[in-house]
Design a protein around this ligand. Structure first.
Ligand SMILES: [Zn+2]
Length: 230
């Protein structure tokens, strides 16, 4: 992918965050990384989604210095950079304030695996970070947000668990590219909504059996995947 192509893909993902209702106003952001060039393309800060143009996307290096672009990069850029450095397999990141996923984050609840919709996209519960402490909020807040996500994911494969809820804040999702990260943001919101509805009907519903979880995840991911067209 050329840098121009990456700019366009990141712009499209950002537009879709707005169109799909995953974040009102200017909240949320999408980025993509060019590993060969060591560059990240990200949404500019504080521009409403419907007014975004492809050339508004900001190009920064892996330290966050602006390499190309007229606008300031997203205020969450440092979070994205921490995640790109920690997860070499990740090519795109999306942050939203989608209502159902954000409600779980605010309630400080992980999203349990209640059905196969969840298992298709996320191998296990969608984890919740610990809250940031006062010192972490005061200095390098955005970088610390990235660090608690990395801490929470631990040794797990980020592509098998491509979403984390930041406590009291909202979801971050990722994927091999920004399009996949957006797809995971849409899937996460759907899973959070269905999980909420399920809990209304059956407050003490049990988690999905592990064998069904593994079967569904394996259908769409990994070497034995059978879903879609080869
Ligand atoms: Zn946010």
């Amino acid at each position: 992918v050329t840098l121009r192509g990456l700019r366009r893909a990141v712009w499209e993902a950002n537009r879709e965050i707005g169109r799909a209702g995953l974040a009102p106003l200017t909240w949320g952001n999408a980025s993509g990384v060019d590993r060969a060039r060591g560059l990240v393309v990200i949404k500019p800060s504080g521009v409403p989604y419907r007014r975004l143009a492809v050339d508004d996307m900001v190009v920064v290096d892996m330290d966050g210095a602006v390499v190309d672009g007229r606008l300031r990069p997203s205020s969450d850029t440092a979070t994205h950079l921490v995640l790109y450095r920690a997860f070499p397999s990740v090519g795109g990141i999306v942050h939203t304030h989608a209502p159902y996923a954000t409600a779980f984050a605010q309630a400080m609840r992980e999203i349990p695996v209640l059905g196969t919709t969840h298992a298709d996209h996320f191998r296990g519960v969608v984890p919740l970070t610990r809250p940031l402490d006062a010192a972490e909020v005061r200095s390098d807040y955005e970088a610390h947000t990235g660090r608690v996500i990395v801490e929470r994911l631990g040794a797990r494969d980020p592509l098998a668990v491509p979403a984390v809820l930041v406590a009291r804040h909202g979801p971050f999702t990722w994927g091999r590219d920004v399009g996949e990260a957006l797809g995971n943001a849409l899937a996460l919101e759907s899973v959070a909504q269905i999980g909420w509805l399920t809990a209304q009907l059956a407050p003490d519903v049990a988690a999905l059996d592990a064998h069904l979880l593994d079967r569904h995840h394996a259908r769409k991911h990994g070497p034995a995947a059978t879903y879609g067209q080869s």
